[in-house]
Design a protein around this ligand. Structure first.
Ligand code: OGA
Ligand code: NI
Length: 371
């Protein structure tokens, strides 16, 4: 079967003439991403994107289910509803690691403009876009396709603009691509403020004082990962984003109305259906560690689709960006003799380096921190 050897990294198969490493490089060298392939009118997806047959077979066994990701209304969060909201966020974070929020205070126009800005960036003249193409992790603004292109088993059907900033090192407007400059600056301001609110609520949910997680600078650095998923001519053979958990404390995700995001719940893939004006929030690996596993960082993925493009923007709150880096580990108020620490302390830059070296597809970074 044609797909049986696909996905094995760096294999050179004389009989089929498939040199994966060479094909990855050729794709990377176009600097036009997956959108470049679609614009060229391909009807069959290149082999580097085809999932191995064992994964494709597993997919056929996926069951339909009627689970619903928790939906939490943040209206009156500073007032009469606070206690109830803390309870709902605690329950959702312990059982799902995922929830959606509405009435979060970010105007619909800011969300829609952010999505449109990302679309405009990706759909501008390819030569303009190429100026941003890079795999240099030191660049605060970089565009590429598949950050783990050379590490992963299979490439994903998406392109990504990465914007990294922090409370102490904000963007100069000129650092950002003109196509999405104003919209991004506006969005960042609002998402940071929502992040502060959520860190307060989560602190309370953990039985800590409201400022605890902010005092730990959990929301210090933030990376805005802006994804563009072009329509795929053979969606059943590939993925938009492979299954993974997020290397961050918390993620706030904005998605357009196309759909495709799924979260793993009780061993079933559950659709995170788009809600107009809603945002998806999920617990990341670092909150799982510092909460000593009270809160769960759960695997999720994006399936590929013939419909699109799909746009999403994930804001990862990734902790302090102090130099030397701050050490994070299970919060001492949450550990006791009956509740011994389950993880060792870690440094965020080291965790990122490991994650980048391994690529998506695994929870191994988190596993390696286990005591
Ligand atoms: C991510 C992610 C989901 C999406 O960037 O980590 O899970 O909907 N994105 O694009
Ligand atoms: Ni994710």
């Amino acid at each position: 079967m044609e797909v049986s050897v696909a996905g094995e990294p760096f294999t050179q198969t004389a009989s089929t003439g498939y040199d994966r490493a060479q094909e990855l490089k050729a794709f990377d060298d176009t600097e036009a991403g997956v959108k470049g392939l679609v614009d060229a009118g391909i009807v069959n997806i290149p082999r580097i994107f085809i999932r191995p047959s064992d994964e494709l077979v597993e997919e056929l066994n996926c069951q339909q289910n009627s689970f619903q990701v928790p939906l939490i209304d943040l209206d009156e969060i500073k007032g009469s509803n606070r206690e109830e909201i803390v309870y709902q966020i605690r329950t959702a974070s312990e059982t799902w690691g995922f929830f959606q929020v509405v009435n979060h205070g970010i105007p619909l126009k800011v969300l829609e403009d952010m999505i449109q800005g990302v679309r405009d960036f990706n759909e501008q003249d390819v030569e303009m876009k190429k100026q941003w193409y890079s795999r240099d992790q030191m660049k605060r603004v970089r565009f590429n396709s598949n950050f783990d292109l050379y590490q992963s088993r299979t490439a994903n059907w998406r392109d990504t603009l990465n914007l990294s900033c922090s409370v102490s090192h904000n963007f100069d407007p000129e650092e950002l691509p003109a196509a999405c400059r104003e919209t991004t600056l506006e969005y960042i301001k609002h998402v940071r403020s929502l992040g502060d609110t959520l860190f307060e609520i989560i602190s309370e949910a953990l039985g800590l004082k409201s400022e605890h997680l902010q005092d730990m600078e959990c929301g210090g650095a933030s990376t805005f990962v802006c994804h563009y998923y072009p329509p795929c001519p053979e969606p059943e053979l590939t993925m938009g984003t492979s299954s993974h958990s997020d290397p961050a404390f918390l993620t706030i995700l904005l998605q357009d109305q196309i759909g495709g995001l799924q979260v793993l719940h009780q061993n079933q893939w559950v659709d995170v259906n788009p809600i107009s004006g809603g945002l998806v929030v999920n617990i990341g690996d670092f909150l799982q560690v510092i909460s000593n596993e009270k809160l769960k960082s759960v695997d999720h993925r994006v399936i590929a689709s013939g419909v699109g493009p799909r746009v999403s923007v994930a804001c990862f709150f990734a902790g302090s960006d102090d130099v030397p880096p701050r050490l994070y580990g299970p919060i001492k108020e949450l550990i006791s003799e009956e509740n011994p620490p389950l993880y060792q302390n870690f440094l965020v830059p080291e965790y990122f380096a490991k994650y980048a070296a391994e690529g998506l597809n695994s929870k191994s970074c988190l596993e390696q921190l286990k005591l």
